[in-house]
Design a protein around this ligand. Structure first.
Ligand code: SF4
Length: 433
């Protein structure tokens, strides 16, 4: 039996979808379709089923997408219609990993992929194609006949070197994931809880290979995906970076990039850096090889107590030293700050405002966010704190003066919407404490 796997090819989740597509694209007996619209998928699925073939509809979900306007209602309707046609519906991604219950019970997906899915989706598709036992595939959750949730068990983390980051043979490329997993486990973040607490790095020869695939296609800029662009080579939490490994990688990449007049970007989106890693030596090496003018530094709060509560494991002083070091070497520090953490007092919010002012005085900019209760993170059940008008005004003044940017006001709405979706049982995140 031939299977068509139709992915909702949403630009917000494209990088992770590309890794999954790469992991199953070369399996014989299946056909992959990428579509951007619910109606397009339903029309296509109808034509497939009418030919007596099988169709799997696959989505990667972000909580912020689900909480956007009435997307969750449209998604529920779409899944209902896809199942009515006879499609198998599957989902994965950060939201599905953090909230398998909501995905199964509210949205009605047939199968939810939990955690990284390169191996799970490959085994699942092969089992489907061969008429095997899909319920024994590890890494998925489903509802049994009694409507009880069954989880088939977590998989061991994959070796990044055995999987392609994107299906370059389809002329699809994106930033190269050089590191996956994060040992820090900040309590508001999903990364460690999805990908594990151990850094896994892609080998330099593999990175260079994929860089060349990108450059050969006429794309000049090489970017990377990492929880911390300066964590390359580290095996655990450390204030010291492996600068020799980073420099060796950048040097080799620069040789390849030079052949194609390409440029390297590290320490900018999506490979921001932790502040304590922005050492004199690290910035000197970056300056030598990268083309980004800015360095994106994760600071999150100006309050030592909040940094402690959210498990950041760096100090406010680390942030100021990083900003000063980056500026001295000619980078513009773009510093991530989050307001509205659970239990954050008004005084602590003012501490963040004061840190923002110090950063801008040193020549940096702020990238402002509002706290989001993301399923899968330890804080997923904790609502945000209300940010008083005076604090907002001061932050808006900094941004209005051109010294900052960010979707924090939109995120404030999303944050409360996520809490409302908890109450309405659209999101049923697992409790971590
Ligand atoms: S915020 Fe950054 S350092 Fe903290 S867990 Fe997430 S990826 Fe790791």
């Amino acid at each position: 039996m031939r299977y068509d796997i139709v992915f909702l090819y949403d630009k917000r989740t494209r990088y992770s979808l590309n890794a999954l597509i790469a992991s199953i694209d070369l399996i014989s007996g299946i056909k992959i379709q990428l579509m951007e619209d619910f109606n397009e998928i339903l029309d296509y699925a109808t034509s497939i089923v009418n030919k007596n073939e099988k169709c799997v509809v696959a989505l990667s979900l972000l909580t912020t997408t689900i909480a956007q306007d009435d997307y969750y209602l449209k998604l529920k309707e779409f899944i209902r219609n896809a199942k009515k046609i006879g499609c198998i519906t599957i989902c994965g991604g950060p939201h599905a990993t953090g909230d398998p219950l909501g995905c199964l019970m509210y949205f009605g997906f047939d199968y939810v992929f939990i955690g990284e899915a390169e191996e799970s989706i490959r085994d699942f598709i092969i089992a489907l194609r061969d008429g095997g036992d899909i319920l024994s595939v590890k890494g998925i959750a489903y509802l049994d006949q009694d409507q009880d949730v069954v989880f088939t068990g977590r998989r061991s983390p994959i070796d990044l070197n055995t999987y392609d980051p994107f299906p370059y043979w389809r002329n699809i490329v994106n930033p190269i994931e050089i590191t996956r997993g994060c040992p820090y486990g900040c309590f508001y973040c999903q990364v460690s809880y999805i990908h594990g607490f151990r850094y896994r790095h892609r080998n330099p020869d593999k990175i260079v290979f994929y860089a060349e695939q990108i450059l050969r296609r006429g794309i000049k800029d090489i970017r990377f995906i990492s929880p911390d662009g300066l964590a390359y080579g580290l095996s655990d939490i450390s204030r010291e970076v492996k600068i020799d490994e980073i420099e060796q990688l950048l040097y080799t990449l620069s040789q390849v990039a030079a052949k194609y007049s390409g440029r390297i970007f590290l320490g900018s989106f999506p490979s921001e850096v932790r502040p304590e890693h922005v050492s004199e030596e690290a910035v000197r090496v970056l300056k030598k090889y990268v083309s980004n003018r800015s360095l994106i530094i994760g600071a999150q709060s100006g309050s030592e107590r909040i940094l402690n509560v959210i498990n950041r494991r760096h100090s406010v002083e680390d942030v100021l030293v990083a900003v000063e070091t980056a500026t001295r070497h000619g980078f513009i520090p773009d510093v991530d700050l989050i307001i509205g953490f659970p239990g954050e007092t008004v005084e602590e919010m003012w501490e963040t405002v004061n840190l923002a002012k110090k950063i801008t005085k040193l020549g940096g900019r702020i990238h402002l966010h509002y706290y989001l209760p993301l399923p899968g993170s330890p804080f997923c059940m904790k609502p945000p704190s209300i940010v008083p008008g005076e604090v907002k005004k001061e932050l808006a003044r900094i941004i209005g003066a051109g010294k900052g940017y960010g979707d924090w006001l939109k995120q404030e709405e999303l944050s409360w919407k996520i809490i409302e979706l908890h109450r309405n049982n659209v999101i049923k995140p697992r409790r971590w404490s």
